[in-house]
Design a protein around this ligand. Sequence first.
Ligand SMILES: [Fe+2]
Length: 161
Amino acid sequence: MQIDAKTKKRPASNKAEAGVGASLNGFLADTYVLLAKTQACHWNATGPNFFGLHKLTEAQYGELFANIDELAERVRALDVLAPGGLSAMLDLATLEEAPGGAISTAEAARMLAEDNASLAARASDLADEAGDADDLATHDMLVKRIEVHEKAAWLLRSHLG
Ligand SMILES: [Fe+2]
């Protein structure tokens, strides 16, 4: 793509923006799956340090819920439709759903720490993609998600001793 000599910026590309919107939908879907997994662990995990993990997951699913709306509204601002339901979210997500049934607090912390680390890495990749498309708003949004998910992964890992 040619760079404008005066502004030093590449011209806006609708195709690139649509690509960023579609990628952001994938990240939104993974965030939705992580919300459901975090809530399932909040309810079903049992074992040592139950109350610590119960409170931590409560704070984390609240943050994820609020952010999902921010991500979806950014997708709409890019003129792409957000996923329309749970099956659409699962189709787009790369994260696996939580296993059903009982789960130990240690296994829950390990699983959620891995998922948060995975989302931090995905946010980093997508931030690069948005930057390449000169989409600074999406880039900035995703850079903030790197920090949130890396901190969440650390807090969860710290339950493992
Ligand atoms: Fe609760």
